[in-house]
Design a protein around this ligand. Structure first.
Ligand code: FCB
Length: 445
């Protein structure tokens, strides 16, 4: 295991943090006036989640946030990325605000401030109010207007207390897993619809950006995209072309509208556009300057046209999610983004982390694999920065083991182990390693 002091030195101003999201940790699903979200409906539908679980209780963070912030402070990181549950602060997604819901986030911010931890807020980490879904959800263009109203209200109340606000987390997942293959809420499988949803997500991002700029929100404003470099399995022309297409339909599909004001032609050429409706003004709305771009990196796309497809070798192994461990993909991706988008703002790595089948032994969790994963990805990040990419923050996913969407509680991503019977938190070895690493980095200041 690498001693933290032998790791490369990052800039003294670099931000180190940990990340979570509302539905995955809060629990308290019907407490203090919270309305149901699409994830409540989805998890309560039999057969959707591999262990049959729900986020009703999750890590009970709603009641334990003071202790959880204490853990963040003990890790020594100075930044925390979390999301707001829209239906907690506006139960229907339109109409009345729920003061009790806002009170929870105000208290969370008080606690973070008391520890000197900067707050990075995400507005939408997948939990659309069910009442908006009943009106058509992200297929209904009006949802974009409701999202901008919600963004304005959160920014008006909290903007001055936040380091950053991200509009969306991983709209690729909402569109492709929520509407493309039904793995995620709301559980629709229709590719043509998923393309229209992706456009509405981008449009809602642009409208929310405009609205938050109009009220002069002082927090840095941006969006979080999950991205991967797409690598052909072989040097065959077919694999290369397929990898380019994969990159166009996943990464450029979101990046180009935001940073260039148009959809990538390479993707448009091969997509089912039968349900695709773009109004003339939309692309200008989406094409707003950002203060930061959040990048979530977990793996590369390994693209094969053979049947059955060639699979990646996985020289460094695979995580408990079955995801290939491929740290240099982070360097490749960042260099590619830097080369392709001249207007790229500073990047925050808003998620990166590993699921491990952790076991508790005598009150300890020896998760060496996660420590190695962290080291290799931090080295890969540093390499990209050495080559000129402006990255300013890194958030490990996740602070706590939590509700991993359709994998339920069966996949553990935390630096901190959660016993779901007792809600006891235990720092894993990786938490201590990250603490020592961050302490070493901060000592260079
Ligand atoms: C990302 C999600 C996050 C978490 C990690 C493992 O796609 O944003 O909520 O589930 O994957």
């Amino acid at each position: 295991m690498t001693n933290p002091s032998t790791m490369p030195a990052f800039s003294p101003a670099f931000t180190w943090g940990v990340a979570t999201s509302a539905y995955q940790i809060e629990g308290a699903a019907d407490i203090d006036g919270r309305g149901p979200s699409i994830w409540d409906s989805f998890t309560h539908t039999p057969g959707t989640i591999i262990d049959g679980s729900t986020g009703d209780v999750a890590c009970d963070h709603y009641h334990r946030y003071v202790d959880d912030v204490g853990i963040i402070a003990a890790l020594g990181v100075k930044a925390y990325r979390f999301s707001v549950s829209w239906s907690r602060v506006q139960p229907m997604g339109y109409g009345d605000w729920n003061e009790k819901g806002f009170e929870f986030y105000a208290n969370l911010l008080d606690t973070l401030e008391a520890h000197g931890i900067a707050a990075h807020l995400t507005l939408y980490h997948w939990d659309l109010p069910q009442a908006l879904q009943d009106l058509g959800g992200w297929l209904n263009r009006d949802t974009c207007l409701r999202f901008a109203e919600y963004a304005t209200e959160v920014a008006r109340r909290f903007g001055h207390r936040l380091a950053s606000i991200a509009t969306h987390n991983e709209p690729w997942c909402t569109a492709n897993l929520g509407y493309g293959n039904a793995q995620f809420a709301p559980g629709v499988a229709d590719t043509a619809l998923s393309i229209q949803v992706s456009h509405h997500l981008l449009l809602s991002h642009g409208l929310a950006m405009q609205a938050m700029r109009t009220i002069h929100c002082p927090a840095k404003l941006g969006i979080v995209l999950n991205q991967w470099p797409a690598m052909p399995a072989t040097a065959s022309a077919a694999d290369i072309a397929q990898a380019e297409w994969e990159y166009a339909r996943s990464v450029q599909w979101f990046m180009d509208p935001i940073f260039k004001g148009c959809y990538p032609q390479k993707a448009l050429d091969r997509m089912d556009m039968s349900q695709f409706h773009v109004h003339p003004e939309d692309m200008d709305i989406i094409h707003q300057p950002l203060d930061f771009l959040g990048v979530n990196y977990y793996f590369r796309a390994f693209v094969s046209t053979e049947n059955p497809p060639r699979l990646p070798e996985g020289k460094l192994g695979f995580t408990d999610m079955g995801w290939e461990i491929y740290p240099s993909g982070l360097t490749d991706l960042l260099l590619k983004l830097n080369a392709e988008y001249p207007d790229l703002p500073p990047i925050y790595i808003t998620e990166n982390g590993m699921a491990v089948a952790d076991e508790m032994e005598d009150g300890k969790v020896h998760d060496e694999q996660r420590i190695l994963y962290l080291q290799l990805h931090l080295q890969a990040l540093h390499a990209a920065m050495q080559s000129g990419v402006d990255v300013q923050a890194y958030f490990y996913w996740s602070l706590l083991d939590n509700f991993e969407w359709n994998s339920g509680y069966a996949r553990r991503f935390g630096l901190v182990h959660v016993d779901y019977q007792t809600q006891q938190r235990t720092l894993k070895d990786s938490a201590y390693w990250y603490r020592d690493f961050v302490r070493t980095q901060l000592s260079y200041r």
